[in-house]
Design a protein around this ligand. Sequence first.
Ligand code: GDP
Ligand code: MN
Length: 383
Amino acid sequence: MKIHEYQAKELLGSFGVAVPKGGVAYTSAEARAATEDLGGSAVVKVQVHAGGRGKAGGVRLVESPEEAEAAAEELIGNNIVTLQTGPAGAPVKSVLVEEILELERELYLSVIIDGSIGRTIIIASESGGMEIEEVAAETPEKIHQAVLDPIIGYQPFQGRALATDMELNTAESRAFSALLANLLSAFSSRDCSMIEINPLVITKDGRLLAADAKVNFDDNGIFRQSENSELRDGDQEDPLERQANDQGIQYIKLDGDVGCMVNGAGLAMATMDLTQAAGLSPANFLDVGGGASEEQITAAYQLIVSDPSVKKVLVNIFGGILRCDVLANGIVAAYKDGSIDIPLVIRMTGTNWEDGQQILRDSGIKCAIVNDLEEVPDAVRNA
Ligand code: GDP
Ligand code: MN
């Protein structure tokens, strides 16, 4: 789950991470007033769940409250398209209005969970700012890492070593280590999956602050982090993903045109690998879960077909706790209002599979039933 920069900065600030003075504005009048409060100049930044705002004109340095008002007027209420939003862009509902920092240096700092080693890692660079992707690609020696031991946790020498790698002086190194310790405390206390500070700035007057902040929460920790879920902004999420989330369905939108309904994350991954390997392209990842009800199946099916890029649907179910007759009834119910006209390939096996197939045949729904996973690609191609 992603949150806005202003929320991330409030959160990090509460853990003692230094952030610029400022606050969120929902109207141009509020942006103007906030700029007055800051002494007449400010940085006005669109609040969307995506980076790349600077290059897209979403970060403005303004020299007067009037300029702030005009910038907010222009930005709020429109979509902004950045390299990270996709062509439709993201809707701007608010701007963050902050003190202008006199930048001496822009550093990079992030904390993520590296799934390949199952550990939290810290990434830091002396070359932060808007070109960090190029830095990583062209001068990887400027990207430094530290791996946290899951039992011991963060050790201060790791912060000092990263500071040395970035060629910080003694005072900067101290400030960096302290900031990093606070950042890591926020990371673990709030079940984050990623925190990225780019840029982490050193100002001309020697302060070290988080000039930008991206915080992602681990969705699997949300159940025990009610404060995290309060920060959700559904307007920034893919509408289908949001609807799925509300219905308790694991759904991730992808780029292809074959809608997939599968039960179990492992089978879902295998099904997607299979379709991909056969030259087909999944439109989504969808796991209805082990014990889905008929109603949930219907909802999941309707969700898949409501995606305009879906041209065919593939259902691949292993009936364990979820019985195949329940699955079939759920699908048939989705067709009740007669609006679905998309070819369907269905492979089901396990508990009550014969009943399930019979229900589908009796329903009159146009679908290809296959028994073997290997038959799936051809069946989808021919559907
Ligand atoms: P992003 O492009 O979405 O990652 O947005 P950022 O918050 O990182 O802002 C982009 C760039 O704007 C930064 O890399 C800085 O160079 C610049 N910037 C942001 N805040 C300030 C500021 O207070 N003062 C100055 N001089 N530049 C800033
Ligand atoms: Mn940034």
